[in-house]
Design a protein around this ligand. Sequence first.
Ligand code: F6P
Length: 304
Amino acid sequence: MNAAVRFIVRSAEAMGIKVKGVMRGYNGLIENHFVDLDIRSVSDIIQRGGTALYTARCPKFKTEEGINEAIKNCKESGIEGLIVIGGDGSFRGARDLSLHGIPCVGIPATIDNDISSTDYTIGFDTAMNTVVELVDKLRDTACSHDRCSVVEVMGHGAGDLALQCGLAVGATSVIVPEKTYDPEAVITKIRETQKRGRNHFIIVVSEGLCDVRELAKQIEESTCIESRATILGHIQRGGSPTLRDRVVASKMGYAAVELLKNGIGNRVIALKNCEIVNYDIFEALNMPKTFDEETYLLANMILS
Ligand code: F6P
């Protein structure tokens, strides 16, 4: 997200547009918490995780009173357009502001990659690489001790992170919310794999599907393979962004500034078939989320 902010500020300045940063998401709009941003103030943030503008949920923004306050503050501060970096919830806020006369452009950012209008969300690549690095470390123990390691990754109801990482770490099974949870199928796969001479196993599970400790216990009781559960948690959301995240964020930031410069609002930026495009926010919010069946099949079918 910092890479996007940096590029927004620098490209806007090059186009003669002044930029203010809104602190702590929609809270900053309601509380009139803006900071002037210029080329120098976004120096040295491209390599940082998190967000230099901070972020927070803002229940008040969902009320008529909250949105009216936000609009009043935008108008009084001379804000003529807004770039909103976040997920579907943030886009719904951007849609409401656009409806009230503040042109907004959304940039998709979440480690979950769960925004239907785009193939890619900022943060996804960094999170995937973090997960791969951590599971590779877990594999050392699983391998040395002939164990099964059950690893829970984030996803917020979308299996993308689990799926990509499961394939990349060579998991025996990948469990995602888009498919029916069947612990017996996982145990059968482990048994089959064991018969082929394998003695350590990695199972990747998307959060919220089951209690991973319970699944590890079930695997151990059914197969006599010592099993351990690990919940990776918020460590997946931190760290210096990867090259891909920095580049995509910069391109999306530039595209958002271009739209606003041309007086175009109520749009969201997306990456589609490797190209930066944009859609109407209403249209984007109503697009169905597709599931990568091919990767699911590859991740779960391969013999190990
Ligand atoms: O949306 C990003 C995400 O990290 C999800 O993967 C996860 O379910 C959620 O946020 C965690 O939210 P919180 O930090 O509020 O616990």
